[in-house]
Write a protein that binds this ligand. Sequence first.
Ligand code: 2AM
Length: 170
Amino acid sequence: MRLFVALTPPPELRARLGELADIAHARCGGRRMPDASLHVTLAFLGEVTEAQAAELVAWVQGLSITPGEWHINRWGSFRRPGIVWLGGDEGAPALQRLQGRLWGTLEPLGVGVRPARYIPHVTLLRRATVLDLDPFPPIALTWSYNQLELIQSTIDERGARYRSLAVSQG
Ligand code: 2AM
């Protein structure tokens, strides 16, 4: 199964991110991420075995992370798959530390591949046809987090569906 570790937004922030996804979708087209799927990935693990998944569930359930804040203040895009995203604070030290700490555990487990560079972002659209982000309103959102989730991604003809498998201690 295909897994990733992510932060999921609190309800009010989720709703606000959804409104921004609507604004982006009206201009850029493509496939809008459903509100329920909005997240920021910390570690993409890819395909893992059932045994590895069970180990990862136990690990996440026993994990407690340092609470932090992530400041979202810019629109961005990845040209190739037509992704429009929200991000900011690329060097966001707390998120970078958290990501580094996760990979410090994941690498010895032999799952996933640590990316050369981590660009924290919330994907709003996939396969967007317009990637001109200049007209979008300035944003300044704060994402307060104290937990992370292990999420399973299942791909079907309607795109990816996500299911939470484990939540860290809050
Ligand atoms: P994306 O939103 O920019 O596509 C589940 O696919 C999550 O893992 C998404 O947030 C996705 O980022 C992220 N991810 C990171 N690396 C990936 C990869 N190589 N393949 C698929 N998803 C990846």
